[in-house]
Unconditional design. Structure first.
Length: 121
């Protein structure tokens, strides 16, 4: 079906959104990369209430620039890219994380590092 504009009416048939609610408009919401990195690092050390931390940092929901659903959608998208294998190998990431943060002695680290190199190339 083809739509043809025959008339332009400047008046709206509904109230426009007030200025203090602009942050709810889809075109005004954007999850910044620094927020994603901060959430991922906080989650990796076991912090659960990361949205509260972001809210404290930005002082209001309007200043934050996104909703919690936007943030969760972005994290799910990034996780799906990693699991899909198109941007990284989750097995390698898990092995690398295990080597870097689990083993305390140099010998244990070397053993598991060589094993990871043999496995992932």
């Amino acid at each position: 079906m083809l739509w043809v504009v025959t008339e332009f009416v400047r008046d709206h048939c509904h109230k426009l959104l007030s200025g203090n609610h602009n942050h709810f408009l889809r075109s005004h919401r954007h999850v910044q990369d620094c927020d994603v990195a901060q959430v991922q690092s906080l989650r990796s050390v076991g912090v659960k209430k990361v949205m509260d931390h972001l809210l404290d940092k930005s002082e209001s929901y309007a200043a934050m620039g996104h909703t919690i659903k936007d943030l969760l959608n972005r994290l799910d998208f990034l996780r799906s890219i990693l699991e899909d294998g198109s941007m990284g190998d989750t097995g390698f990431i898990k092995g690398f994380t295990c080597c870097m943060f689990t083993y305390t002695t140099e010998t244990e680290f070397d053993t598991h590092w060589l094993k990871a190199i043999e496995t992932f190339g």
